[in-house]
Ligand binder design. Structure first.
Ligand code: ADP
Ligand code: 5GP
Length: 188
């Protein structure tokens, strides 16, 4: 497949923890089942209700390290004390089949993908304000105090990097952000 065919097909969504990436992506996939969302590998523990192979592939650290050693990940990074990475083969298969692929990953991973797939379209999802981001992450109630603090610290660095991206979408009103994401992804 020519590079140009892949160009419009790989989209990255990055943004600080709690900004609403998961919420927005779930809405996008309901409306556009033709988009394939990559399922990442992670060493973090499952949250209540999360299942292996659905939200993530949950790994021990040695088993994650093995994936890295085998070259099985397209990119990977440490985030707030855990490792996260994108399994390579399923992404390549979808891209070769012409399926639109969405990666929802953090900043370091996005930078790695930018080097290996410069044709990917990179979108940054920003909160309306830092205070609102903090409200959302605390309101979600899934993380310990310590984990929330690590995520908020990281959020400052991520927000400072938004200019690196092809487009920034502000997730203030969810429906407006969804419409904007659909427009950027050329989805009807
Ligand atoms: P992320 O996947 O980026 O960590 P989530 O999708 O889990 O974030 O959203 C974090 C919290 O913010 C959730 O409780 C979610 O319901 C809420 N949220 C998401 N989008 C909005 C929005 N546009 N306005 C208000 N709250 C939102
Ligand atoms: P969470 O623990 O809240 O599910 O995810 C924490 C962060 O890890 C989020 O910013 C999310 O985008 C990021 N993330 C999820 N999967 C991957 C991945 O495969 N690679 C990278 N680099 N980041 C990921």
């Amino acid at each position: 497949m020519a590079l140009t065919d892949r160009r419009a097909r790989l989209v990255l969504l990055t943004g600080p923890s709690g900004v609403g990436k998961g919420t927005l992506v779930a809405r996008l996939l309901e409306r556009h089942p033709e988009v394939w969302l990559s399922i990442s590998a992670t060493t973090r523990s499952p949250r209540d209700g999360e299942q292996h192979g659905v939200q993530y592939f949950f790994h021990s650290r040695p088993s994650f390290d093995e994936l890295v050693a085998q070259g099985g990940l397209l990119e990977w990074a440490e985030f707030a004390g855990n490792c996260y990475g994108t399994p390579r083969q399923p992404v390549m298969q979808r891209l070769d089949a012409g399926t639109p692929v969405l990666l929802e990953i953090e900043l370091e991973g996005a930078r790695q993908v930018r080097r290996s797939f410069p044709e990917a379209f990179q979108i940054f999802l920003a909160p309306p304000s830092f205070e609102e981001l903090e409200r959302r992450i605390r309101g979600r109630g899934t993380e310990s105090q310590d984990a929330i603090q690590k995520r908020l610290d990281r959020a400052r660095a991520e927000l400072a990097a938004q200019k690196e991206f092809d487009a920034v979408v502000v997730n203030d009103d969810l429906d407006t952000a969804l419409t904007e994401l659909e427009r950027l992804m050329n989805l009807a």
